[in-house]
Design a protein around this ligand. Structure first.
Ligand code: ADP
Ligand code: MG
Length: 703
């Protein structure tokens, strides 16, 4: 047995938490920090200096040698540039470590190489990082040693957001402001702030490192570009929630410990549907911290895998034919006096505030379904959304039986007299307790499902930052709250007005509610009849960022300017084109240098066998037949390879971003599929010993 872990002892060990600040800061400075954290504003330079010194002392006591402003550029991952706490030695050669308030608050990485979508040219490359006081600093332990990481936002010289955090923070403030207006209408005079809380469930695959290193596609693209199905996949449903293998268990134990030290509440772990696929879910927290923590989760997953001679695959579709990976984004909104606005209570039909909030969310999701879909798109997720895997690319909301019934009553009669109850679940065994049932069953096929006291946005991809989905959710709901508050604040008869408004919203937006099977073919047709958008790919969704509707929304709440939106759209086209370009080049490489040579050798040995067997006077029909089939497939493969090369050359030559992205989608991706088909068939025909890289069976079952 490995060592015992004391969770309480290690939890938050590497976080400069409020508790540590309270312990180490003078009372008045601590108070100032809390005030800025809770109410916004700026820390005085005097206070910043004190905080910086305390932070550095704590970090150095714990072995830190460097600090970094840790930020989240538009690459979707995090960035860091380490600075040692080293200063000029005095004349005796003695050096004292230092860290000032200025260094804490502001950084200026020469960050011209991050995607900016034209917001910055290299000659005007100044970018600034600004300390995000709402997310705690932490120590990252790695082979680099111990690094003090300070979560920061990243902006251009002109103040344009160059990262994922700035708009998220802006959206949280917008949502808070508008949601406070809503609760005020219902007599809540004490709430000053409403926070969006998020709990992301992270799915991932593990693969043996030695096998991984033999697969150029996994190394360069993070997913397999070739590979015939293994004889066994996920059909037995024996992996989901199955017993965790020892090697994976040891990994999960280390992973949890590393995360707990970082203050990440890693809570749930289990095997997922596909072989070698797993999930980790933390406890929900403020959206901003949840976004930072999810980045740490992804990073730590990769780092710890290396210690176990494995690699962690976060790609949305590492293997064709088995389940892909997503990241369910659980979202709710709570006042600072503890009211979850999404808590229906036992009688939601009587909970007018809840019904208004629900009606606003339905309106927001219906009006901005396109933006919500966009927010969950990345290159890898195109293999899930609307492809041969769920959830579908069509946004709809699942409310469950109880709420759907309440909505129906409201729409039809204007009054919801009753709420269906959950009742008792009879186990039928005298020694087992009967359980009280939830009023609503689950629906696993809905992209946006109400689950008790939160919404679960299931479209998000496993490799993606959750910043965009939550920014969009916050923004669209802030808008709906704002419009409702504008109406209701001026109403003479509030009860009447709110009743009418709920009915109006529900009636106008009920088309977004869908409780059926989201994976069914009929839903696609039904959704079309309802006029719901069905946006099939990431780059088709990218344009939704700059429609008049989107610009009006984001500018109204100061979340994005039009220029920022245009730059983000541009970055999406660029990212898409670059990613598919890498995939195509990797396929060309593997096909020409590995598969085709291996198959040629195999055909040569078959030909030799045919000659030898025939010369020996025996029947060589099987060998001849095999040779014929293999040679035919080889020809097919070579033709497809040439076609891919041509498509790739043509796409690479296009200079305009959007046109190039579409060329990659419409011609290069097509050609990639055409190359893969004969290659995978060949894998089934060729001697296993002759196949140049590990197969699906090995990759998924040898963990
Ligand atoms: P599931 O059964 O959906 O797989 P999990 O336990 O894996 O559930 O994940 C549920 C996630 O939802 C967790 O991260 C949990 O903390 C989060 N969650 C629970 N309640 C809320 C809430 N009110 N707001 C936001 N997230 C929540
Ligand atoms: Mg889960």
């Amino acid at each position: 047995m490995s060592e015992v872990t004391n969770v309480e002892e290690i939890f938050g060990k590497n976080v400069f938490s409020l508790g540590k600040m309270k312990e180490r800061l003078p009372k008045d400075v601590y108070k100032e920090v809390r005030k800025v954290m809770d109410q916004g504003g700026e820390l005085s330079m005097a206070a910043a200096n004190v905080v910086a010194k305390a932070m550095k002392d704590w970090a150095v006591e714990n072995g830190a040698t460097h600090f970094t402003h840790w930020f989240q550029p538009l690459t979707g991952i995090t960035a860091e540039k380490h600075d040692a706490f080293v200063t000029h030695p005095d004349e005796t050669g003695k050096m004292l470590t230092e860290f000032s308030g200025k260094e804490l608050i502001k950084g200026e990485p020469d960050a011209s190489s991050f995607p900016s979508g034209g917001l910055r040219a290299t000659f005007e490359a100044r970018g600034y990082t600004a300390w995000d006081i709402t997310s705690p600093a932490f120590l990252k332990e790695s082979a680099c040693g111990v690094i003090l990481c300070i979560p920061t936002a990243f902006c251009s010289y002109k103040g344009e957001a160059l990262d994922k955090k700035t708009p998220l923070l802006r959206s949280m403030e917008a949502l808070s402001e508008q949601a406070v207006r809503i609760v005020r209408l219902f007599g809540n005079t004490t709430a000053t702030k409403v926070t969006a809380s998020v709990g992301p469930e992270q799915e991932y695959f593990l693969v043996d490192k030695d096998l991984y290193m033999k697969r150029t596609d996994l190394m360069f693209a993070g997913r397999t570009l070739f590979g015939a199905p293994a004889p066994k996949g996920q059909e037995m449903e024996d992996h989901y929630f199955g017993v965790i293998k020892e090697r994976v268990g040891a990994y999960m134990k280390d992973l949890n410990e590393e995360l707990w030290k970082l203050g990440v509440t890693a809570k749930t772990q289990h095997n997922e549907v596909a072989p070698a696929q797993h999930e980790l879910a933390p406890i929900y927290e403020s959206a901003n911290i949840a976004v930072d923590h999810n980045q740490l989760v992804m990073e730590t997953m990769k780092r710890v895998a290396a210690h176990h001679n494995m690699r962690c695959l976060l790609h949305e579709k590492p293997y064709a034919g088995v389940n892909g990976s997503g990241k369910h984004d659980n979202w709710s909104i709570t006042t600072d006096n503890g009211v979850n606005l999404l808590e229906p209570g036992d009688t939601p039909n009587e909970n007018v505030q809840f019904l208004l909030v629900l009606a606003c969310i339905l309106k927001a999701v219906d009006k901005h379904a396109d933006l919500l879909r966009q927010s969950a798109s990345d290159v890898g997720n195109d293999h899930r959304l609307g492809a041969n895997e769920a959830p579908p690319a069509i946004i709809s909301v699942f409310l469950g039986e109880q709420l759907e019934d309440v909505v129906k009553q409201l729409v039809e009669t204007g009054i919801a007299a009753t709420a269906k109850e959950g009742g008792k679940l009879l186990t039928g065994v005298s020694t087992l307790p009967d359980l009280t049932k939830d009023a609503t069953d689950r629906n696993r096929t809905s992209p946006f499902a109400f689950t008790g006291n939160k919404f679960e946005f299931r479209m998000v991809g496993s490799a993606d930052s959750i910043a965009s989905p939550n920014t969009t959710l916050n923004a669209i709901v802030a808008e709906a709250f704002c419009e409702a508050a504008n109406e209701l604040e001026k109403a003479d008869d509030f009860d009447m007005a709110v009743h009418d408004l709920i009915k109006k919203y529900l009636t106008e937006h009920q088309r977004i509610i869908f409780n059926g099977n989201g994976y069914a073919e009929e839903w696609v047709a039904e959704a079309e009849r309802r006029g719901l958008p069905n946006i099939k790919s990431m780059i088709e969704a990218a344009g939704t960022l700059t429609t008049d509707k989107a610009v009006a929304l984001f500018e109204k709440f100061g979340i994005f300017t039009k220029t920022e939106l245009e730059s983000r759209e541009e970055v999406l086209y660029e990212t898409y084109a670059k990613t598919i370009n890498i995939e195509a080049l990797t396929m060309i490489d593997m096909a020409s240098k590995q598969i085709i040579p291996a198959v040629m050798k195999y055909t040569k040995s078959l030909a030799d066998t045919v000659v030898a067997v025939t010369a020996a006077g025996a029947d060589a029909t099987v060998q001849k037949e095999t040779l014929k089939v293999v040679s035919a497939k080889l020809t097919e493969m070579k033709t497809a390879l040439d076609k891919l090369q041509k498509a790739e050359d043509a796409a690479a030559a296009i200079t305009e971003g959007k046109a190039q992205a579409f060329a990659y989608k419409d011609t290069v991706k097509e050609a990639m599929d055409e190359l893969r088909a004969p290659a995978d068939e060949l894998e089934m025909l060729v001697d296993k010993a002759a196949w140049p890289f590990p197969t699906y069976g090995e990759l998924m079952f040898e963990v």
